[in-house]
Design a protein around this ligand. Structure first.
Ligand code: HEM
Length: 246
């Protein structure tokens, strides 16, 4: 299917390697409390959404079309009118994105396509895929905010195939987390060079996923930092004094 979608270059050699590594992405997943359960519920949602893609897109396009400041990104530069071909071309890739999100296959090819989507929102590559004469950039201002309408409106579709309320909640939560993580990856071209990550990720000891003894004993597993990480980020370290653990 994907090969027939104009401009959908996922998995092809024209897509550059992601500047964010799979290790980085693993850390981002931890930040979002995204785990195997979320992968499971996203994949459960694949069967649920696969024959509802057009209906979901109708809702999302309806929302963007109802907000002039959002529609701006799809207007012709010369006459200020919506560019039908552009909207239609993007819509096909957006439909594929719904399926890719639900598939939740986080391999290198998937990772490489994420900055590409970011570049296509950013002035670096916006309009190029569809040869559109439209606004130069999708403003960063609206990118994360759109996650709420996108995910809250997908929820009723997740509930349409007879799953329990709990399963629907879990699928919904996984969609929210996935969108947050993807949008963060897409933001790469919008972020000042050198500021996307700290540059200390290569130290695997520092980012060990094992909880510290301290955190296990105190029963604070989920929300405790492993010690080396706490030491790195402790304000005491920033101020030049010795780190301390309470
Ligand atoms: C949750 C937030 C968003 C999601 C999930 C999303 C998703 C997508 C996807 C999947 C594509 C196609 C990528 C491809 O070429 O394969 C796309 C392109 C596009 N999106 Fe978004 N987007 C979001 C936010 C926004 C916002 C806030 C705007 C502004 C109205 C916007 C405007 C556009 C435009 C203009 C394109 C075409 C870019 C190009 O010229 O190639 N998007 N978006």
């Amino acid at each position: 299917m994907s090969q027939q979608i104009p401009g959908y270059t996922h998995g092809t050699s024209v897509v550059a390697k992601s500047p964010v590594s799979l290790t980085d992405f693993g850390l981002m997943q931890k930040s979002a409390l995204f785990g195997e359960e979320d992968v499971k519920y996203l994949r459960l949602s694949h069967d649920v959404v696969k024959d509802q893609v057009e209906a979901i897109l109708d809702v999302w396009y309806g929302f963007v079309g109802s907000q002039p400041h959002l529609l701006q990104s799809f207007l012709g530069k010369s006459d200020g009118k919506p560019l039908g071909d552009y909207l239609g071309g993007v819509r096909k890739r957006f439909g594929q994105w719904i399926l890719d999100t639900a598939r939740a296959e986080y391999d290198q090819k998937w990772l490489d396509y994420q900055p590409e989507i970011g570049l296509r929102h950013h002035r670096t590559k916006k309009n190029q895929t569809d040869g559109a004469a439209s606004a130069a950039i999708v403003p960063f201002r609206d990118l994360f905010a759109l996650i709420f309408p996108v995910t809250v409106t997908v929820k009723p579709f997740l509930a349409k195939k007879g799953h329990s309320a709990e399963d629907v909640e879990q699928m919904y939560a996984a969609w929210v987390k996935s969108c947050l993580l993807q949008m963060t990856l897409w933001s790469h071209p919008y972020v000042k060079a050198g500021d996307f990550k700290s540059g200390i990720e290569s130290n695997s000891e520092t980012f060990s996923s094992r909880p510290s003894l301290h955190s296990v004993r105190s029963g604070m597993y989920l929300f405790s930092f492993p010690r080396p990480c706490a030491a790195r980020y402790s304000p005491a370290v920033d101020q030049g004094s010795s780190p301390h653990y309470s």
